[in-house]
Design a protein around this ligand. Sequence first.
Ligand code: SF4
Length: 315
Amino acid sequence: MLLQNFVVTTDRQGREVIRMREASDGLPPARSKITSPYDLDARRGRKRNLAWNGYKLHISETCDAVAGQPGTSDALPPPNLITNVATTDASVADAAMTEPIHHDLARRGLLPAEHYLDSGYPSADLLVSSHTDFGITLITPILADTSTQAKTPGGYDRTAFTIDYHHNQATCPQGHTNANWIPGHQRGTEVITIGFSATVCRPCPDKARCTTASRRQLTIRPPSVQQAVDHARTEQATKQWQATYAHRAGVEATIAQSIKITDTRHARYHGLPKTRLEHAFKATALNLIRLYAWWTGHTLQPQHTSHLTRLQPTA
Ligand code: SF4
């Protein structure tokens, strides 16, 4: 409450003072902003057009079960089951939960070989660390290159350059090599900044496709991360990858089921610990419902009857 309403600043004499927060001081970070007088753990969250106050639930489930041919012994395979639920306040970014979820799954011996995720959960570093730390391949869309060159038809984006990490050398489409190669960090992320000399860029006949500045600069990630990102971007453009990734859509039905059957959009209790426990109970209930349906040979997906068909007996 203090952070929300007050700021620490210095007065004209250079003394440190505390005063009321004004509009010009900006807002406190979302993770620290109390949004309900009844629940001090709740935070404001936003996803595309949806905004809410409270918590966020991350559901993981198996996606191996595929229905067989009706009338055969494999017509009703074992159901997909929820293997993990992670609850955070609503301000926590999805990508911040990928690694904790892997730790939770590892602790219970439930790590998958492949983890299908929506585009909010991966990062370039997670593509590599999930594989090296947990042996998991992330199947997830990686955001496209947003550089001006990548968005311009015929532009020289990063893939137009040949990178030789062993010799700290980049070669541009015109065959020139870099003037400098500077490893460093940008917002806590390890990067390598590569610069070409203005002497070769200014008279270059292809400069318009490459840069509007006097010389081209390029920022790349360390080799393992860059190669993983390049590979992922190439893969996700293929029809085969898109067909494989369609497996992830199954969890949307689970989310819909959890909303419809266990009213997951509404937290029954105040506070993160109780909400976390509530989500664990709800996931257990959904698993039991699925197992019961499987053991008793019932389907959880009743046949859809159109409005017209339902009118027929009346007619
Ligand atoms: S502008 Fe510079 S880096 Fe780009 S293609 Fe021309 S010479 Fe190479």
